[in-house]
Design a protein around this ligand. Sequence first.
Ligand code: NAP
Length: 309
Amino acid sequence: MNENVENIIVIGSGPAGLTAAIYLARANLNPLIIEGYGAGGQLMLTTEVENFPGFPEGIMGPDLMMNFRKQAERFGARFLTEDVTSVDFSKRPFKIEVDNKVFYSKAIIVSTGASAKLLGLPSEKRLMGHGVSTCATCDGAFFRNKIVCVVGGGDSALEEANFLTRFANKVYVIHRRDKLRASKIMQDRAFKNPKIEFIFNSVIEDILGEKKVSSVKIRNVENNELKEISLDGVFIAIGHTPNTKLFKDFLELDEQGYIITKGKSSKTNVEGVFACGDVQDHTYRQAITAAGSGCMAAIDTERYLESLE
Ligand code: NAP
């Protein structure tokens, strides 16, 4: 059976998982990456990425992820384009099931990321990357002198709204209730910002525009009144969900469901299982920070595998 035991399986293929794959493959550890059907992670949903160092002219999100993958393949990383369906981290080697295949591995890196929650409108999917965004830090600069809205009433929504006023002429915050969930300090900052206008008790019914966003149709939930607002961008900031459902029986999660890593490492509560990227970070959530943590996980894995010998 030992012949069928992998050294290391990486689950997930965003910037964190693929950076780990590059380092592991270069270290001759012959990693297997189970990249998932949604391979590439959240960057596959963006258009131009302008803040990833090394690309002074910017690069399209999907192209950047293809480069990551090519770089890992160049050193011999192997890829399986399927979703993991179950794991068992209670015994060694660790067990991973993918549809009708079973894999065993001495070590595991979990880099399954987090998914931005969406409103569930067909138009939101269609216009994603064409005016609809889930990341103001990534896409805000494309809305210089434009009009945008942010959906949500939490800290993320107000932080994004404040950030967007650096570029946009006007930022509407559309919130479904008349009370904000955000902390007092964030609320004060937003209320003081002359470019921000709040639209309370309202939900977006539809996002309009052929090739890019041109307006939103909103409904007042108190009186059902419909209104159309012309704008160029819609930022959805209604929270994220870490993709940790598969691991909840084995790995320690925080109250929001993110994997807890120890100190400045990528180590989880299970020795030999490491986590990196957005699945364990709800603070920074940037491609470059995810990539950095993927490098850490690869180095932690290398040391762990050496310690087994
Ligand atoms: P959050 O606190 O869960 O807030 C989500 C907001 O989106 C809520 O206002 C919620 O409305 C609204 N919402 C949820 N589903 C919706 C839907 N389907 N349609 C319309 N609105 C919807 O999430 P978050 O703002 O991303 O923050 C997550 C955590 O990170 C929080 O603990 C937050 O404090 C923290 N954080 C901190 C900072 C900071 O301190 N600088 C910055 C960002 C995030 P309801 O209010 O009606 O539920």
